[in-house]
Ligand binder design. Structure first.
Ligand code: B16
Ligand code: MG
Length: 218
């Protein structure tokens, strides 16, 4: 029986993926190269330092660990400039309604994000209070596709993975959920999220009962 839902943040609850992309692009451009939206797809769900390593690889650039840390911090400053301006309008369609429905129906709800800015982003859009547990990049030691973030979320809610549904927009996040024995709902395209139990293009108008029927559990 499903008792809990674990939500990724960027790309599931809020539309911050575009800001991560803009900030990383600014860094790449400052270093004299660019990268595509297709390449950016590979950064979703990936931690800040793993992301910078991938991006520098695409640009054929080698930096010292100290310089990498400096650029990662600069990228975060740019990202925070976007984040500070966010409000409720950047909650993705249907996300707030689904979380509210879950709470009303007695499901447990937690966050499972790679971001170290998750609490700030949730506060900016007024959704922090819905989450009983926040597992984010400040608490994990291993990046998605490692299931650690969701395992910690399930443990915090005192649930087994088989009692939880994970909502994820990143291929690495869907892989993490499947590897951990969770039900996975992919948010986006079946082209890269096909391993999920169900793929949805949006949460708009979606209720938990629809999801339970579609993943054939109850
Ligand atoms: P930060 P999620 C992830 O969040 C993003 O998808 C990814 O693009 C970002 O690099 C990562 O968080 C780390 O974010 O630099 O804010 O710590 O999708 O797992 O909620
Ligand atoms: Mg995400």
């Amino acid at each position: 029986m499903i008792k809990a839902c674990l939500f990724d943040l960027d790309g599931v609850i809020v539309d911050t993926a575009k800001y991560h992309y803009k900030a990383w692009k600014k860094m790449a451009n400052s270093l004299g190269f660019d990268f595509s939206e297709k390449e950016n797809e590979q950064l979703k769900g990936v931690s800040r330092m793993d992301s910078i390593n991938l991006i520098l690889g695409w640009g054929g650039i080698t930096l010292s660990e100290a310089d990498k840390a400096k650029w990662a911090s600069q990228k975060n400053d740019w990202y925070l400039e976007y984040l500070q301006k966010m409000d409720k309008s950047e909650i993705l369609p249907g996300a707030l309604e689904l979380v509210q429905e879950l709470k009303e129906k007695g499901y447990r709800v937690a966050l499972g994000s790679s971001s170290k800015n998750a609490v700030l982003a949730l506060s900016k859009v007024g959704m922090l209070h819905y989450f009983e547990a926040i597992i984010d990049g400040t608490k994990t030691t291993r990046s998605k596709p490692d299931p650690q973030v969701f395992e910690m979320g399930a443990a915090a809610l005192d649930c087994k993975p088989s009692e939880c549904i994970v909502f994820e927009d990143a291929e690495s996040g869907v892989e993490a959920a499947i590897a951990g024995g969770f039900y996975a709902v992919g948010m986006g395209s079946p082209d890269n999220l096909g391993k999920a139990h169900l793929v949805l293009s949006s949460l708009e108008g979606v209720s938990i009962d629809d999801i339970l029927v579609k993943i054939t559990i109850s």
